[in-house]
Design a protein around this ligand. Structure first.
Ligand SMILES: [Zn+2]
Length: 164
């Protein structure tokens, strides 16, 4: 028996092509701040908001807003949490600066900079998720990810680091 796919055949490829061209621009100075924050939080996860702009898909981070880890339980070292209150404060700060919240950054102490299953469950589509691996207290690499609209998986985007 042959099953018939009702979806337009070229739709998934078009979506994939769009994903491949996505990128997140930020300066080396901001990336350094993200690394310092991740190292300071070690051996716990450190997190914060990425403020900037997204104009026709050209996404740029121009400020970061570090957030204190709100989780009090024993899973704190590998479960960052950004509360609704943090998001509200972030939105107000972004508005004051004429910016938007374009994503979230957090660190993975002694783990690769790939999203975990926990990250997938808590992430929102559209936002950029910058994950930094902090090994033995030293940050050594960041990658950026976006969740698919159906929330099934993350796709990596290009983290484009500029000098200014
Ligand atoms: Zn994570």
């Amino acid at each position: 028996m042959v099953s018939i796919n009702p979806e337009p055949v070229n739709a998934p490829q078009a979506e994939e092509a769009k994903l491949e061209t996505r990128r997140l621009k930020l300066t080396k100075a901001l990336l350094d701040q993200i690394w310092v924050h991740g190292e300071a939080a070690y051996p716990e996860e450190g997190a914060g908001l990425l403020l900037g702009s997204d104009i026709n898909g050209e996404r740029q981070v121009t400020a970061i807003l570090p957030i204190d880890n709100a989780r009090e339980d024993t899973a704190r070292h590998n479960r960052y949490l950004i509360t609704a209150q943090d998001m509200l404060a972030g939105e107000q700060q972004a508005m004051r600066l004429g910016l938007d919240i374009v994503g979230v950054f957090h660190s993975h102490p002694d783990h690769p900079n790939q999203p975990s299953e926990f990250d997938r469950q808590w992430a929102l589509p559209w936002f950029s998720y910058v994950i930094t691996s902090v090994a033995q207290g030293a940050a050594h690499g960041s990658r950026s990810w976006r969740l698919a609209d159906d929330r099934s998986q993350f796709t990596e985007e290009i983290l484009f680091v500029t000098n200014e």
